[in-house]
Design a protein around this ligand. Structure first.
Ligand code: LER
Ligand code: MN
Length: 271
């Protein structure tokens, strides 16, 4: 497994669970100095992803891009995939498609988190689930064409009423035959929704594509009460080889959150 850490390029996401906030150059340099394997980027849109500059940083630091988030489509533009207005759903799909293409140029998958939306008042649940499935099918197919996967992230009940649990996301992918779609397991959301985090990992097995490595407090692992050891053992059991990516609050500071994350990662992977 490899380590990764998040950078937000979105001022409107201030207060959100991202470690670095001072641009991707600063994030690559600080992450490299601490020994991370990769950076996960939360951009406002593709216009902020200077592929040439990021590739140069990848080459000079040796770090990869672990994943690219799409959540600014919601945070900044209030777009989501289950909006009652068709034109909003279409714009949401366009925004996600543009991030999938750009992320693929950086060798990374895109993430569907808050852009999945929710079942809005006046919309039937079955209809919203169909819209979600259609969008995931197209996004997964596009990602596959570009040699990537598309990461679908179950969120906790306070952020969505679509799918909150890992096993439900796994069943949805199977029932709807969603090729190219993998699950992003965020330990913070799981701490709210799952009875047992390790068992939830075992239940989705090969559907797992990415992990948001966060403690119960949504701070760096080590600043809360989640026991990550049985979760790590479960990840090993299913043969997971992807990232443990710190999508956590920059508390008590970005530096200390990053240091604590890499220390926890090392203690876990190389005890
Ligand atoms: C995105 O990765 C996430 O975890 C969401 O909670 C953001 O709102
Ligand atoms: Mn997350």
């Amino acid at each position: 497994m490899r380590s990764a850490i998040t950078v937000s390029l979105v001022p409107e996401a201030n207060g959100g669970p991202f470690v670095f906030w001072n641009g991707f150059e600063d994030a690559f340099k600080q992450s490299a100095a601490l020994g991370f394997d990769a950076v996960e980027i939360f951009p406002p849109g593709v216009e902020a992803l200077d592929v040439t500059a990021i590739r140069a940083l990848q080459n000079s630091t040796g770090l990869a891009v672990a994943a690219v988030g799409t959540g600014a489509g919601w945070v900044k533009h209030k777009l989501h995939l289950c909006h009652p207005d068709k034109s909003v759903r279409e714009q949401a799909r366009g925004f996600i498609g543009s991030i999938i293409r750009c992320a693929a140029e950086l060798g990374a998958p895109a993430i569907l988190g808050s852009m999945q939306g929710r079942v809005e008042p006046g919309v039937e649940r079955a209809q919203a689930m169909d819209w979600l499935a259609e969008a995931l099918r197209d996004a997964g197919a596009l990602a596959q064409e570009l040699g990537q996967v598309f990461l679908y992230e179950p969120l906790n009940r306070y952020e969505t009423n679509l799918l909150n649990r890992q096993a439900d996301a796994g069943a949805f992918i199977e029932e709807r035959s969603l090729g190219g779609v993998k699950i992003l397991a965020d330990l913070f959301h799981m701490n709210i929704e799952e009875t047992n985090l390790a068992e939830a990992v075992l239940a989705i097995g090969s559907h797992l594509g990415h992990v948001h490595f966060a403690d119960s407090t949504r701070r760096a692992v080590g600043f809360g009460h989640t026991d990550v050891r049985p979760i790590y053992a479960a990840l090993q059991t299913i043969g997971y080889q992807g990232y443990l990516s710190a999508e956590v609050l920059p508390l008590p500071s970005s530096q200390l959150a990053a240091e604590r994350t890499i220390a926890s990662f090392r203690a876990l992977t190389n005890p």
